[in-house]
Design a protein around this ligand. Structure first.
Ligand code: FES
Length: 154
């Protein structure tokens, strides 16, 4: 009887250990290293006075590699949307969460529209329609000494 219970506990312990190891290994491989390790690097985007008082403002940026303090190995250009919804100011990535096309802001509809498959987002980045599975990515934004800094994963 004692031997039978010992074997049962041994099998149970082995099962728990095996499933735990499999879960850890699976998680490790399913979550790509690039995403795991990348952190935000902040770049000087613009003057604080250029922040929108209300609404959405598109900002085209060009960060030069030779002026980035060795953060960049080559120039980085792109677009970011700065949104002021009167409660909070935040930055939105224009990259559609469906297949990565760049959304544009439609001032008349007050929403972001993806030209590829018609994905639509509100000014908070929340999906309104179409195939996008997730909201637009919010990028960290800080204001220091009159300058606006936005974080990018590079
Ligand atoms: S890539 Fe934007 S809706 Fe498909």
């Amino acid at each position: 009887m004692v031997r039978r219970e010992f074997i049962k506990k041994l099998i149970k312990g082995f099962f728990i250990l095996t499933t735990s190891v499999v879960a850890i290994i699976t998680t490790w491989f399913l979550y790509p290293t690039g995403i795991r390790l990348k952190k935000y690097t902040f770049f000087d985007l613009m003057d604080e006075e250029a922040l929108p008082i209300k609404g959405v403002r598109r900002v085209d940026y060009l960060f030069k590699a030779d002026q980035s303090g060795a953060k960049l190995s080559r120039d980085m250009a792109g677009v970011v949307y700065i949104v002021n919804n009167t409660k909070k100011i935040f930055a939105l990535s224009p990259v559609c969460t469906h297949l990565g096309c760049l959304v544009t802001y439609n001032r008349h509809k007050n929403e972001f529209i993806c030209p590829c498959h018609g994905g639509r987002y509100d000014t908070e980045g929340v999906v309104l329609g179409g195939p996008p599975p997730e909201p637009l990515t919010r990028l960290p934004l800080t204001v220091e000494n009159g300058r606006v800094f936005v974080g990018f994963k590079i």
